[in-house]
Ligand binder design. Structure first.
Ligand SMILES: Cc1cc2nc3c(=O)[nH]c(=O)nc-3n(C[C@H](O)[C@H](O)[C@H](O)COP(=O)(O)O)c2cc1C
Length: 643
């Protein structure tokens, strides 16, 4: 089977399936990735065995949805793109709160995250499951799919069979390596037997799950060698992490190096008997992908999040338009969205799964208006470039001398560098479409009237609120800083400062912990105080695990259930805090710097005067309700389309 290029869309759950039934939006998501130039698309996991009843996966194990499956295949395959359905089961795994009442598993041992103890599958059930997988694969083939991928990594059921940690069976599905691999090898054989001709069977294998008695690289090499020995697998990819405290390894976020899994993949490639290898894991840039292939490190390159952010990545790369790619910033908002049951969404792609998503350009108006955008953060920039691309005459006012707002500030903190792709793209597009920039200007109503604005988009962001119980003297002396001011001040320092840094955390998002890392590098001791029982509660689990790991390794102290106290003594550099339940006060001595990351209040002072002056105004992003980058880009985009 020939592929038109080497780019593959990696499996991602879209949460665009309802009641085990596809939707138009789900099909469009995949169709767009095919139209954008990927040569092969792997679907999200499907319900391919009768035991699988997850509502947000498409039922494939009977004939209920044959028409949908045919439409799905036609939508993708007609664009010279091969469609592979994913076979996967999460077994005992669960990352939501609570236990999984329907968990089935290899052995009655607890899931490492939820501590769900599954019901052990019987031998008959396993053989039936294998037969169901095979029949589902055959059904997919009849409907026009080109193949299946078995997702055997990520700590899911196949992986649970492979790892001693989760498999203590003493039947043919347990024991030695061949026994623990049997569920996988028998499935491959059954699929091969049920499907004909060139039907592809791809395999995603664990490469290193980081858990005791799990699958380490040495075991992974043996397993890869065994499963590829008879040539029945068409390609193999390797991933990291397990359904455990290493869950974050499986979707490496912005703290990981680019092409994060390549050292592992290079090592394991030697053991696959020449089976084509699919590179995977935080590959975001065409140059990186090209390099991997050029060096002979893989035959295929899979992109998950990169193709979510920009489905036209392959087309743009092919035509030398890399600067027009909207790049994945590895923030893992996408994963956070689906885990909370929302459709797959992206901070840097406000058009996921829309009909015109691929290489989108707005229709131009016959006559544009004069539009003023106030605020040059992600929301304002998005509004400005899209409005200008539609043909409006746009002036963008920004209080600072640079664009990017708080996203730019975050990009200067540890791990934040990739975030610059959000505003870099917006800025490039804004310039391309003729946006007029007024930077370093705190725009007033008079400025907007002078600019003859017919419409105003207000995107002036939000400011952190002074913590209610904080010592007021510290405010007067300016030594308890909001986190953004502190970040600006500390980012430029490189020499050790001595003393203790304190960060009061009522924010619980990524940037706050990046600031804590900066503090730790500069000061002898760093503490994070929070009134909640733990930190990072507003960060997806795939990133909060990494946050805890980094902070723990750096020796940053986390003090839960605490709020600042008036009993602090500024002159003695002593900061007091108290337990929110008992009121017991503790003191932190020798405080060199203290900062608060708190809920933000909209910076919307212009709104009233604008309305009084009769200027039509739309409020977007944090200035409307302080939230996330996802909301900022989405609202900036929508405002520009309606202005
Ligand atoms: C939102 C999201 C959902 C995912 N769902 C699946 C899944 O259902 N099955 C699977 O094998 N991998 C899944 N993955 C993992 C990806 O296939 C891929 O291995 C991982 O994201 C690393 O590739 P990337 O850096 O190109 O995104 C998911 C990843 C993300 C971000």
């Amino acid at each position: 089977m020939n592929l038109r290029n080497r780019i593959v869309h990696a499996a991602m759950t879209t949460r665009r399936v309802f009641d085990q039934t596809p939707t138009d939006g789900m099909i469009r998501y995949y169709e767009n990735r095919a139209a954008g130039g990927a040569a092969m698309v792997i679907t999200e996991p499907l319900n391919t065995a009768r035991i699988q009843t997850r509502g947000h996966y498409v039922r494939v194990w009977n004939d209920d949805h044959l028409d949908w499956l045919k439409r799905w295949a036609e939508a993708v395959e007609s664009k010279d793109c091969r469609l592979l359905g994913q076979i996967q089961d999460s077994g005992r795994g669960r990352h939501e709160r609570g236990r999984n009442p329907n968990a089935i598993g290899v052995s009655a041992l607890p899931d490492d995250l939820s501590w769900t103890v599954p019901r052990e599958l019987t031998r008959d059930e396993l053989w039936l499951m294998i037969e169901d997988f095979a029949q589902s694969a055959a059904r997919l083939q009849r409907c026009g799919f080109s193949g299946v991928e078995l997702s055997a990594g990520h700590g899911h059921l196949f992986h649970q069979f492979m790892a001693r940690r989760s498999n203590v069976r003493n039947d043919e599905f347990g024991g030695d390596l061949a026994g623990r691999m049997r569920f996988l090898t028998a499935t491959i054989a059954a699929v091969r037997a049920a499907c004909s001709g060139t039907f592809l069977v791809g395999l995603k294998m664990p490469g290193d799950d980081g858990m005791p008695d799990g699958v380490d690289p040495a075991q992974a090499a043996e397993m890869a060698a065994l499963v590829t020995l008879d040539g029945s697998v068409d390609y193999v990819s390797f991933c990291q992490g397990a359904h455990a405290r290493t869950l974050d390894w499986h979707i490496p976020d912005m703290h990981w190096p680019r092409s994060a899994w390549m050292p592992l993949i290079r090592r394991l490639r030697a053991h696959v008997h020449g089976t084509p290898v699919m590179a995977l894991g935080l590959i975001t840039d065409p140059a990186e992908a090209d390099g991997i292939v050029a060096r002979g490190e893989s035959e295929l390159v899979a992109l998950g999040r990169s193709l979510l952010t920009d489905p036209a990545w392959p087309l743009k790369a092919a035509h030398g338009r890399e600067s027009e790619i909207r790049y994945c910033v590895s923030c893992n908002t996408c994963w956070g969205q689906i885990v909370e049951g929302h459709p797959l969404a992206c901070d840097n792609n406000p058009r996921v799964a829309l009909a015109d998503e691929v290489d989108w350009k707005p229709a131009r108006l016959k006559r544009g208006r004069r539009v003023a955008v106030v605020g040059a953060g992600a929301a304002g920039l998005e509004a400005a470039w899209v409005a200008a691309a539609r043909g409006h005459h746009v002036t963008l006012f920004g209080a600072g001398s640079e664009v990017g707002g708080s996203t730019r500030l975050h990009s200067r903190l540890p791990g934040g560098e990739s975030l610059s792709s959000v505003y870099d793209f917006q800025f490039t597009q804004a310039r391309r479409h003729g946006v007029h920039f007024e930077l370093g200007v705190e725009a007033s109503v008079q400025d907007l009237i002078a600019a003859k604005a017919q419409r105003v988009i207000l995107a002036t962001g939000a400011a952190m609120i002074w913590p209610r119980t904080a010592p007021t003297a510290w405010r007067e002396y300016g030594v308890l800083l909001d986190a953004r001011t502190a970040a600006r001040a500390l980012c430029g320092l490189h020499e050790p400062q001595g003393g203790t840094a304190v960060l009061f955390d009522m924010d619980h998002t990524e940037g706050t912990y990046a600031l804590a890392e900066v503090m730790r590098r500069l000061f002898d001791r760093t503490l994070i105080l929070t009134p909640r029982e733990r930190i990072a509660t507003d960060v997806p689990l795939v990133s909060s695990l990494g946050i805890y790991r980094r902070l723990t390794r750096l020796g940053i102290e986390i003090v839960p259930l605490s709020e600042l106290s008036e009993e602090s003594a500024f002159e003695e550099a002593r900061l007091a805090y108290r337990n929110v339940h008992t009121g017991e006060v503790q003191l932190i001595e020798n405080v060199a710097v203290a900062a608060y990351a708190t809920p933000r209040a909209p910076r919307d002072a212009l709104l009233g005067p604008l309305r009084t002056a009769g200027l039509p105004v739309q409020v977007i992003g944090d200035c409307k309700v302080p939230r996330t980058l996802l909301a900022a880009t989405a609202e900036g985009h929508a405002a520009a389309l309606s202005v």
